[in-house]
Design a protein around this ligand. Structure first.
Ligand code: GDP
Ligand code: MG
Length: 393
């Protein structure tokens, strides 16, 4: 048989964000067309194929999102494009289609708009730090307008905590590229865009933060000790490390006596690994799913968090009214749930079908970490979903 050249390409998840009608879907189609024709890699997705996003259910929320795949010489990409503003909000908060970096599309004819800013805010909250701006519709805007809009974009980026000075801003027309017109504004701009996409830093696994392993199961191994299993969400554990296993109001001290992954002994275990830790110094009876094993002294349990929160609309099975102050419901994190109360300051209500900042206080201290996602339920009904943006004592 003939050997095929197969080099594993690095994979990255990106997507288009920006105000409605600024050209996100047209640009997505143009990128796939460009790469399919020029680089012979991947297939061309026509506008209608992308905009016809399949419905996906995430924790009781319907999200419409298209994920298209394309590749350059060096990398493979998954690219998300959502049909509507609400879909972007829900997708970003639930993390259904993850984005490591984003292409912000701004029409030169409008400049930044309300949804542009809302997407930037959410991108920041979910940990997207790298952006490329594609200033679209340059075919119907004059020079002066383009210059002004670029200045405005850079300022808005800076105001949202991005690097407004150094973020690449590519000026072009996605429609011209798609229709093979005006090559300078059309295809050339896509060539430049793809070059910038390929320069985006690859996402780093979070190895520098304190080690954290949310406990999923616990086992007793007679004569040896207790094993807790779970997927490490950040950091690195090594054999012999001092750990604390925290949750439901207790903090238990233990030592890692051994580690295993897929029945193989490990000397170290890092973010992304699903592992079993053999811990000495605690009894299995003291441990429960939902507790979190952390590097000793590095992380403390808390009762209050601030979250970026999406409240489901009535038609999504949610409430018809905003959540009032001191509203009681259950917060569901990945491995645990707990009764929580809302704290609304200055009448900052989040309306059904919209997102905003919300504070919750839970009944017992638990480990919650910025970036953790959760849902809020009353009975068996999901009323909203959030991402932790701040942990308060
Ligand atoms: P989205 O809502 O951000 O996905 O925007 P679409 O991609 O659906 O584009 C909205 C409208 O703008 C459509 O009618 C497009 O044909 C048009 N459009 C997109 N890109 C350009 C462009 O570069 N120039 C012009 N003149 N129109 C464009
Ligand atoms: Mg669209």
């Amino acid at each position: 048989a003939k050997e095929t050249h197969s080099r594993e390409k690095m994979h990255m998840n990106i997507g288009t964000i920006g105000h409605v009608d600024h050209g996100k879907t047209t640009l997505t189609a143009a990128i796939t067309k460009h790469l399919a024709e020029k680089a012979g890699a991947g297939k061309f997705y026509a506008y209608d194929q992308i905009d016809n996003a399949p419905e996906e259910r995430a924790r009781g929320i319907t999200i419409n999102a298209s994920v298209v795949a394309y590749e350059t010489e060096n990398r493979h990409y998954g690219h998300v494009d959502c049909p509507g503003h609400a879909d972007y909000i829900k997708n970003m908060i639930t993390g259904t289609s993850k984005m490591d970096a984003a292409i912000l599309v701004v029409a030169a004819t409008d400049g930044t708009m309300l949804q542009t800013r809302e997407h930037l805010l959410l991108a920041k909250q979910i940990g997207v730090n790298d952006l490329i701006v594609y200033m679209n519709k340059a075919d119907v805007a004059d020079e002066e307008m383009i210059e002004l809009v670029e200045m405005e974009i850079r300022e808005v980026l800076t105001n949202h905590g991005f690097n407004g000075d150094d973020t690449p801003v590519i000026i072009g027309s996605a429609l011209c590229a798609l229709e093979d017109k005006e090559p300078k504004l059309g295809n050339d701009s896509i060539t430049k865009l793809v070059e910038e996409i390929d320069k985006l830093p690859m996402p780093k696994r979070n190895l520098d933060s304190p080690a954290v392993l949310p406990v999923e199961t616990t086992h007793k191994i007679p004569g040896k000790g207790t094993v807790v299993t779970g997927c490490m969400s950040q950091g690195v554990f090594k054999k012999g490390d001092a750990v604390e296993i925290i949750g439901y109001g207790s903090t238990l001290k233990a030592t890692i006596a051994g580690m295993e992954m897929f029945h193989k002994t490990l000397e170290r275990c890092e973010a992304g690994d699903s592992a079993g830790l053999l811990v000495k110094g605690v009894k299995r009876e003291e441990l429960r799913r939902g507790m979190v094993a952390v590097a000793a002294g590095q992380i403390r349990p808390a009762r209050s968090i601030i979250a970026q929160f999406y409240l489901l609309s009535k038609s999504e099975g949610g409430r018809d009214k905003p959540i009032p102050n001191d509203f009681s419901a259950m917060l569901f994190f990945k491995t645990w749930n707990c009764e929580a109360r809302s704290v609304i300051e200055e009448n900052d209500l989040v309306m059904p079908g919209e997102q905003g900042k919300m504070k919750f206080v839970i009944r017992v201290p638990m480990v919650m970490i910025v970036g953790d996602r959760f849902t809020l339920r009353t009975g068996s009904v999901t009323v909203g979903t959030g991402i932790v943006t701040e942990v308060i004592e």
